[in-house]
Design a protein around this ligand. Structure first.
Ligand code: ATP
Length: 133
């Protein structure tokens, strides 16, 4: 089965680098499945788990926004923050989710509500990624 190289990079470190058979991401326009020899593409990503298919196994990485660049046989994802499912502290994510939900319940339509929405999206994505859903 042919492969493509997937790299996920944050300002701090390279989170992931592997040869994979398929990459599935949530772009701003919807879900995208990238196979080897995909046409070149650049798209912003939503806060969501990225799925890397290797043979019959799936690996999940929580990617918090950023961009994906598809080149010949290489996919590079640049994100503010990203974590492997195995590195996620689920209780921390649950606490972050509760904090964000409390802030949103105050229904302030201001910058803090936007921040809380994003924090909530990150926490939900981390919980999903850690569970491998
Ligand atoms: P929190 O409120 O728990 O700090 P956050 O969404 O505000 O969550 P970020 O600003 O997205 O956190 O991330 C800060 C740093 O902490 C990043 O390096 C990120 O990878 C890491 N991080 C955040 N939450 C978790 C988690 N639940 N498990 C592992 N690493 C995490």
């Amino acid at each position: 089965m042919s492969t493509l190289r997937l790299e996920i990079v944050t300002p701090e470190r390279k989170v992931y680098e592997k040869d994979v058979n398929m990459v599935v991401v949530k772009g701003v326009g919807g879900e995208l499945g990238i196979l080897p020899h995909h046409i070149p593409l650049v798209t912003p990503l939503k806060v969501a788990p990225v799925k890397a298919k290797i043979g019959n196994t799936n690996e999940f990485i929580a990617v918090h926004g950023g961009f994906m660049e598809v080149r010949k046989d290489k996919v590079v994802i640049l994100a503010e923050a990203a974590e492997l499912g195995t590195d996620i502290d689920v209780s921390r994510a649950r606490l972050a989710k509760e904090r964000a939900e409390r802030r949103l319940a105050q229904k302030q339509a201001d910058i803090n509500a936007q921040r809380a929405e994003l924090a909530l999206a990150r926490a939900i994505s981390r919980i999903e990624t850690a569970g491998g859903e």
